[in-house]
Design a protein around this ligand. Structure first.
Ligand code: LHQ
Length: 263
């Protein structure tokens, strides 16, 4: 599979998808969207993949939509940006969130617009110390998309969500960790290795069980306490039927390292 705007590989259970339009700070044009969609379809359909690592090439992570593609000429009719959202951004965010495996995002540099919200749809976000997050939408008259308005209040609280989205200021990676927006911040030189180490670890873990953990945590944001208890019962029932549960317990009893298959 060859791509023009992304790099994609699968090795030892780890799928690596790297955004690769560095001169435009990896902003999304239609082709890049289509390539990402194709790669994610492969990830979803592969029985080999047990973790997805999303990264980017060059000095930035992603500057959101390629604005060159969405420039409105004087006198031209207003564009239907909702159509771009419906066709590209919403499906991308849904797919990342719903993949039945851990999704790690390594943010190597500036993440702006949709590029700041795509990481928030992933499960574990690591960022280089020099990276930053900018809800740039307000500067061009738009609203945060890619589920930013959903994720931000839940992650950082309404006061900070409003400040980030109404002011469009740059949030440093360290501050993003402090605010609970992302998981960890590491030295720039260590980002790739740390992200890969985490991915390789997760690729040896009980993938099916991890997918159920994701599902239960996502559901908890909308569920009542009682609904969540019921869901935990149901998902634990499924987890208990997995081969990895048998292996986990039998390895524990035998005081040996478990060998999980992911199912
Ligand atoms: C870019 C971009 C870019 C094209 C940097 N496009 N070239 C959804 C549906 C439909 C339509 C609308 O949008 C959406 C969702 C969205 O994502 S809206 C938000 C779109 N993104 C932005 O508003 C961010 C725009 N970029 C910036 O504010 C800055 O570039 C940031 C703060 C990201 C980085 O600043 P610097 O580090 O100073 O870099 P730079 O501005 O010099 O950019 C480097 C190059 O990348 C430059 O090209 P050049 O040829 O001059 O070297 C930029 O034009 C290009 N670039 N973002 N979104």
């Amino acid at each position: 599979m060859t791509f023009e705007h992304i790099l994609f590989s699968i090795e030892d259970g780890v799928a690596r998808l790297s955004l690769n339009r560095p001169e435009q700070l990896n902003s999304f044009n239609t082709l890049m969207h289509e390539e990402v969609r194709q790669a994610l379809k492969t990830v979803r359909q592969s029985s080999e993949v047990r973790v997805l690592l999303l990264t980017a090439e060059g000095r930035g992570f992603c500057a959101g939509q390629d604005l060159g593609d969405r420039n409105v000429a004087p006198g031209a009719a207003a564009p239907d940006l909702g159509d771009s959202i419906e066709r590209f951004y919403n499906p991308l965010i849904r797919t990342l969130r719903e993949l039945p495996m851990p999704v790690i995002c390594a943010v190597n540099g500036v993440a702006a617009g949709a590029g700041a919200n795509i990481p928030l749809a992933c499960d574990l976000v690591l960022a280089a110390r020099s990276a930053s997050f900018i809800q740039a939408f307000c500067k061009i008259g738009l609203i945060p998309d890619s589920a930013g308005t959903w994720a931000l209040p839940r992650l950082v609280g309404m006061a900070r969500a409003k400040a980030l989205t109404l002011l469009g200021d740059r949030l440093s990676a360290e501050q993003a960790v402090e605010w609970g927006l992302i998981y960890r911040c590491v030295d720039d030189a260590d980002l790739r290795d740390e992200a890969l180490k985490l991915a390789r670890h997760l690729a040896t873990q009980p993938t099916y069980g991890l997918a159920l953990i994701k599902r239960s945590l996502h559901a908890s944001l909308d569920n009542s306490f009682e609904q969540q208890l019921t869901l935990e019962r149901d998902l634990q029932r499924l987890a208990g039927r997995s081969e990895d549960y048998r292996e986990g317990v039998s390895a524990f009893m035998a005081k040996r390292t478990p060998v999980f298959k992911g199912c």
